[in-house]
Design a protein around this ligand. Structure first.
Ligand code: ARG
Length: 432
């Protein structure tokens, strides 16, 4: 490892303890490195604005930071155990290339606000990706809902309940993913605050140009209180994971439907072949493994959430415990986004098998229609319910799923899906 920034003369470094302190931290910092570089540049510009570095020095540092970002992207610069963390790697490189100008970059900042701002920028990018993917999912689902609908049994308690349709199924997920996109957006706005310039968590004796870093890094506002900036580490990660989790919660239920609907017992859905795998022993099998891993992804996000929540049992101020908030976060978002990325294509290409779906609709599933028709004719509903229950099968004979669906005029029902209203909501979300 390169020299430690905080090394005290006369205290020997114990390699085993250093390994424990570092763990996989420097490798995780690869995720945040480009954001750390961008924030370093803004910080140095703010130092130039208050005369701590010259504008020439600031320009030279900006050039070196750009070169470092390029080398990192191309693989020429490798962030690994040579460095304690990504933060010290940046300072080491600037010092090596620029001497004293590099030694000035850390004026008025701490790794505590450095890691905060890098993860904050990362979270914003990830939430923007969640939002965009949820919008894609909603679009595909709305498109498929507009195609000619097929009758599908509607279940409650996994028991056949009433006639539903493929369009109703798709609209259900369209509307939920519009809300999920909105949630990602709102969460992004909620965390869009700049912690850079709060130093170790108590401010510094310098008039740092925090307005400049806020603007330069594209934050909507400054996170004013240094103590709150530290309190928000982990807390903002949690809320971002919640926004991701809310989409994955719907994905988990969608995947559950597809796991059931692709069994021979249901036979309602054929998955695109790429979404299934074979068995190593049973030559007859095609398994919906991709769907199952999509369903399982929620667990990774919930685990990350739990890990961070446990870590946050802390007093105010920076505590090293917070370092462990990064692993779960990276893992949770990595898996969550990978699962969401597949969803638009899956929804676009899954195929419905009409005849088993129709065969699964039995006459008793019209009983609710029958009872309500009697209620429309003036029979008190509780009485109509009893009559329909007594002759559920007989009363349903001769009815078709289409009749039931065409009469489903309650707003949102099969005869009044309100696709245009949902399209308008989606468009509004996209234009903001
Ligand atoms: N790796 C550390 C973290 O993620 C960076 C901040 C270190 N700060 C400190 N005071 N030791 O929290």
């Amino acid at each position: 490892m390169s020299d430690l920034l905080w090394q005290k003369p006369g205290v020997k470094v114990d390699a085993r303890i250093q390994r424990f302190l570092a763990g996989d931290d420097v490798l995780l910092d690869r995720e945040f490195f480009l954001h750390d570089i961008a924030a370093s540049r803004a910080h140095v510009e703010s130092l130039a604005n208050i005369g701590i570095v010259t504008h020439d020095e600031s320009n030279a540092i900006a050039r070196e930071l750009e070169a470092l970002a390029g080398d990192f992207r191309s693989g020429q610069f490798v962030l690994d155990e040579k460095y304690e963390d990504g933060h010290s790697a940046i300072e080491a490189r600037l010092t090596e290339r620029l001497g004293d100008a590099g030694r000035k970059v850390h004026t008025g900042r701490s790794r505590n606000d450095q890691v905060l701002v890098a993860t904050r920028l990362w979270l914003k990018a990830k939430l923007a990706a969640v939002q965009a993917l949820c919008i894609d999912v909603a679009k595909v689902a709305l498109d498929r809902a507009a195609q000619p609908a097929l009758a599908l049994p509607g279940y409650t308690h996994l028991q056949r309940a009433v006639v539903s349709s493929t369009a109703m199924w798709f609209v259900g997920f369209a509307e939920s993913f519009i809300d999920n996109a909105q949630r990602a957006r709102d969460t992004l706005a909620w965390i869009d605050a700049n912690p850079l310039g709060t130093a170790a968590g108590y401010g510094v004796n310098l008039k740092l140009d925090r307005e400049h870093t806020t603007l330069a890094l594209g934050f909507a506002r400054m996170q004013i209180s240094p103590i709150y900036a530290q309190l928000s580490r982990g807390k903002f990660e949690l809320t971002a994971l919640d926004a991701l989790g809310t989409a994955l919660l719907d994905l988990r239920r969608l995947a559950w439907d597809l796991s059931l609907f692709t069994t021979a017992e249901y036979g309602f859905v054929a998955l695109p072949p790429e979404y299934t795998t074979g068995s190593s022993i049973m030559p007859n099998k095609r398994n919906p493994d991709v769907i199952e891993l999509m369903r399982a992804t929620y667990a990774s996000v919930a685990a990350a959430r739990t890990e961070i929540e446990q870590l946050l049992s802390l007093p105010t101020g920076y505590q090293r415990d917070l370092q462990f908030s990064k692993g779960g976060l990276v893992h949770g978002f990595g898996r969550g986004l990978a699962a969401l990325e597949l969803l638009p294509d899956l929804l676009a290409r899954l195929q419905w098998n009409e005849s088993p779906m129709r065969a699964a609709i039995e006459p008793s599933m019209y009983a609710t229609d029958v009872a309500i028709e009697a209620a429309i004719a003036g029979v008190p509903f509780r009485e109509a319910y009893k009559q329909a229950a007594a002759s559920a099968d007989a009363a349903g004979q001769g009815r078709t799923p289409e009749q039931s669906l065409d009469a489903r005029t309650s707003p949102g029902g099969a005869a009044d899906l309100r696709l245009d209203e949902l399209r308008a909501r989606l468009a509004a979300l996209e234009s903001k």
